[in-house]
Design a protein around this ligand. Sequence first.
Ligand code: CA
Length: 246
Amino acid sequence: MNATTVTQRLRSQQINTDTNILLVEDEQDLLELLRYNLTREGFSVQTAMTGEDGLKKAREIGKQLDLVLLDLMLPGIDGLEVCRTLKGRDHTAGIPVIMLTAKGEESDIVKGLEYGADDYITKPFSPRVLLARINAVLRRSEGEAQGNDSSVIQIGSVQIDTDRHEVLVKGEPVTLTATEFKLLSLLASKAGRVFTRQQIIETIHEGYAAVTDRSVDVQVVSLRRKLGEAGRSIETVRGVGYRFRD
Ligand code: CA
């Protein structure tokens, strides 16, 4: 191992050691497996096996807590309630939450996202995929904490200037309606994050009651068409919503 590799390794370990993850999961085997893998990556991991204990630990760790991995199906207070409580309290609202869910829990996933969860992963998952999700969510939350002053979002071939209301794809201007522009800006502002239809309606139509889920779908179709090949970056997440691929 050369000096650079050692330095790099130390640096990445240091970043992770400073990162406190709270893992709330009632299945002992999965809890141990995740704890092992996350600790090996250098994260500092605390665990809870019930929703009550999860909330208690979150309160104890306080500002040092960087991320919560939250199983939804828990005895007692379930994961959704834990999520809602965390996101509803000032001192924990900013802590990213990744939900651990089972197949077929789409309606719970939608609820969790609407309570403010940042992402979800469906069981069974590989530790590698989970790590990638954790890192993506941590990157996003770090970017938000630093406050991104730039009004220009660049993802792949798509460039969005939110001040000037301009969209370029591969340098070519694309004309969007005001609603399509808001929709694209919303999805692209947090690439990789799934937005539910309700969240889209609340953001781009300010919750206007007459806007239906179906009209969101129609706007997505139209936006995709106008973006051409780049439109494929807007993914439908079945039963949940839409996201701009990271
Ligand atoms: Ca469970």
